[in-house]
Write a new protein. Structure first.
Length: 256
């Protein structure tokens, strides 16, 4: 296993464990809450992506790498619609509009899921950027990514819109969730760039941001929803930046 492969394995496994743990923890606090149930589904879908993903990059054979390349995309398919649904529940969007939009998004996600096991979605796996194997996109992968990114951008826009139009504790909660989400998706974007043979600036450490983001959001929903979280956000940002610098230094030393 190369140093890059080790970093990808550890960051993806860290994300899988963090998201799964936070999903169970948050749901256990209030299983009847729609918001908590949507957070559970959202984070479980991230875990379903990151767990097989952690093994794909270091797969011992091309066949296993290709299987894992198909498997992790099942989780990816539902991350973005679950995120939009989570934001709708968080913002208490009108039920009729929520149902109308979510039916369309879930239908598109299910449609793409049917093609996940085929070469229309994942054509092959090949060595990339120091990894044993990484997926080669099929003809449907770009529309898949456009749909996925569109959902995330829309969800972030709605969350930011809600943040701008609210006050007090609610505004603080939305501020934490918006900037936490933005941080996580900026870090996680590296995984899509590699598919299209583009080396992202945060490569290969960006995936750590996803796990840290879920921890920030999940903990913030429960612990800081009624408090001013400015200090908390600053501490979280410092922790993330420090962690990234330490990992980058370790990676640099191991590459000497």
């Amino acid at each position: 296993m190369t140093s890059t492969g080790l970093t990808y394995f550890s960051s993806s496994l860290f994300t899988a464990i963090t998201t799964f743990t936070m999903a169970i923890f948050v749901l256990s606090r209030n299983p009847r809450s729609k918001l908590y149930r949507l957070f559970f589904l959202y984070t479980i879908s991230i875990s379903a992506w990151s767990f097989p993903y952690s093994f794909m990059a270091n797969a011992p054979s091309k066949q296993i790498g290709l299987i894992l390349g198909h498997v992790f995309n099942f989780g990816v398919s539902f991350i973005s619609p679950f995120f939009v649904h989570f934001v709708y529940i968080l913002l208490d969007v009108e039920r009729a509009k929520r149902i109308r939009v979510m039916r369309i998004l879930y239908a598109i996600a299910v449609l793409f899921t049917f093609f996940v096991p085929t070469r229309l979605m994942v054509a092959d796996v090949v060595p990339k950027f120091g990894l044993n194997y990484f997926i080669v996109p099929g003809p449907l992968y770009l529309p898949y990514v456009i749909f996925w990114v569109g959902c995330i951008v829309y969800g972030l826009f709605k969350m930011f819109e809600g943040y701008r139009t609210t006050k007090g504790a609610r505004r603080n909660q939305l501020k934490l969730l918006f900037f936490g989400s933005l941080l996580g998706y900026i870090g996680g974007a590296a995984n899509f760039f590699i598919v299209f043979d583009i080396k992202y600036p945060l490569y290969p450490f960006g995936t750590y941001a996803v796990g840290i983001y879920i921890f920030i959001v999940g903990y913030g929903i429960i612990r800081y929803r009624l408090l001013d979280i400015t200090v908390y956000m600053a501490r979280a940002a410092i922790f993330l930046l420090t962690s990234m610098l330490v990992m980058a230094a370790a990676f640099g030393i191991s590459s000497i």
